[in-house]
Design a protein around this ligand. Structure first.
Ligand SMILES: C[S@@+](CC[C@H](N)C(=O)[O-])C[C@H]1O[C@@H](n2cnc3c(N)ncnc32)[C@H](O)[C@@H]1O
Length: 440
């Protein structure tokens, strides 16, 4: 008798059954083996993703943040025009001809490691129109006025102007962004970017409040990628007595922090790389803080899973992350994300792989956290807040005790499905990257 393989409808039934189980967010169902031995198997992501994480407060800033959307739009426009100017200076686009990104990268003399940035620039329709010299000059002046309104120090204005005027040299690797960011060897510009401006002030304050709340009863804090200590400053102002492990991948920042926080009791320092085994010889932490660093993780889900293991049950994770790739970022900070040597892409192995992007979206972070069993996931600013225009968010989440476990899912599936459709194997994963068009 010919063997009946499970049909597409059968597999759809299995998927729906699994997705209806508590603790399952999404399921992918497929057949393993063929012929008489064929049976369904499934990958499931755990936890019910929250479509909308609640903010902790309705508005992060006061009335002063009302200027944020307009000022950022002005700064972003200057970056967009500078990118367009750089692309059009190749002479390739005269007469409206269309060129492939390889040709443009070649004409720019782009270093292989920065070619992904050229692709990003070309992906935007806005960069296709060449700006006039006057338009560009006006936009650069407007950028500096907007920068001032947002409270960025003058050094930050010089940094943005230098980066935007040097895009061709940056992309050719004739100069590095680090040399502009740390020009003169000081940290003023970097602190301007991560601390001394209206946006960072409110985000760092929100993160610090969340750390202080979680550390009130529990006092062990781990900061990852603490760098110039911009968020650290806000946290230390908000907490009294904590044991604070300040970590970074670079000794340069640890040495500077040792000096900067030398009068503060309770500070300790260590190297920690989010892409290596994160097993400091330490008891679990009550709070883990990671500000503007986790986009450096090769696989955000795996790094979050490792961070979860560093937290005590009930401990709080506080993240600050950029979630929108503005032109201003593509014309500046993205150069820090290019791979070393002659690799072609930042080495992401997660949902960003092959996509010429660095940041996860707000929804992607929320889903990652929920899929890993974090609870009480919150994200600020709220969508209607003027600060949301910055595209940066503070996420907080509490480590639950629960880990997705496939064994109970199998027995629940067996109760709900006919025997020949019960998956032979169920594997839980952090999150599924689903092309819904091919789903059964
Ligand atoms: C954008 S800075 C943010 C600095 C700081 N958190 C702040 O907001 O002021 C990113 C920091 O992450 C660190 N970093 C980069 N890759 C890292 C990695 N793989 N593991 C840990 N830290 C990393 C950098 O050295 C740098 O200090």
């Amino acid at each position: 008798m010919p063997v009946e393989l499970p049909s597409r409808d059968d597999l759809q039934l299995v998927r729906r059954t699994l997705e209806a189980l508590p603790d399952v967010a999404e399921a992918e169902v497929f057949l393993i083996a063929d012929g008489p031995g064929a049976a369904p198997a499934a990958l499931v992501s755990g936890g019910h993703p929250q479509p909308e994480a609640l903010p902790r407060t309705a508005h992060l800033g006061g009335a002063e943040t009302g200027v944020v959307p307009r000022c950022l739009a002005v700064m972003d426009r200057a970056a967009m025009l500078a990118i367009a100017h750089t692309l059009h200076a190749t002479g390739l686009f005269r007469g409206g001809r269309v060129h492939g990104w390889e040709e443009v990268a070649e004409a720019l003399g782009a270093a292989p490691r920065h070619r992904w940035i050229v692709r990003r620039w070309l992906a935007s329709d806005e960069t296709l129109r060449p700006p006039s010299r006057r338009e560009l000059a006006t936009a650069m002046r407007d950028l500096d006025v907007a920068r001032h309104e947002l409270g960025y120090p003058a050094a930050m204005g010089r940094f943005f102007q230098a980066a935007l005027r040097s895009l061709a040299r940056l992309v050719r690797d004739e100069i590095t962004l680090q040399s502009l960011l740390f020009s003169g060897g000081g940290m003023t510009t970097a602190l301007g970017n991560y601390r001394d401006n209206l946006i960072s002030r409110h985000l760092n304050k929100a993160a610090a409040d969340a750390v202080a709340e979680a550390a009130r009863t529990r006092g062990r804090v781990l900061e990852i990628g603490a760098g110039v200590g911009a968020t650290t400053d806000a946290v230390l102002a908000a907490v009294d007595d904590v044991d604070y492990l300040f970590t970074d991948v670079s000794t340069f920042f640890l040495d500077a922090a040792r000096e900067r926080f030398r009068h503060r009791p309770g500070m300790r320092y260590a190297l920690l790389d989010v892409n290596a085994k994160m097993t400091p010889d330490e008891p679990p932490f009550d709070v883990v803080l990671a500000a503007n660093v986790l986009h450096n993780a090769r696989h955000a889900g795996r790094t979050l899973a490792a961070i979860r293991e560093l937290l005590a049950p009930g401990g709080t994770l506080v993240l600050i992350e950029s979630c929108v790739e503005h032109h201003l970022v593509s014309a500046s900070m993205h150069f820090l994300m290019s791979p070393q040597a002659d690799a072609l892409l930042p080495g992401f192995a997660d949902i960003r792989q092959g996509q010429d992007r660095v940041f996860l979206s707000r929804t992607e972070w929320i889903r990652q956290l929920a899929a890993l069993g974090f609870r009480d996931v919150r994200a600020e600013p709220a969508p209607g807040d003027p600060l949301a225009a910055a595209g940066q968010h503070v996420f907080t989440a509490v480590r639950g005790d629960h880990h997705p476990d496939p064994a109970p899912l199998l027995s629940k599936a067996a109760e709900a499905l006919p025997p020949h459709l019960v998956p032979r194997e169920i594997h839980t994963v952090d999150a599924l990257i689903t092309d819904r068009s091919h789903r059964p």
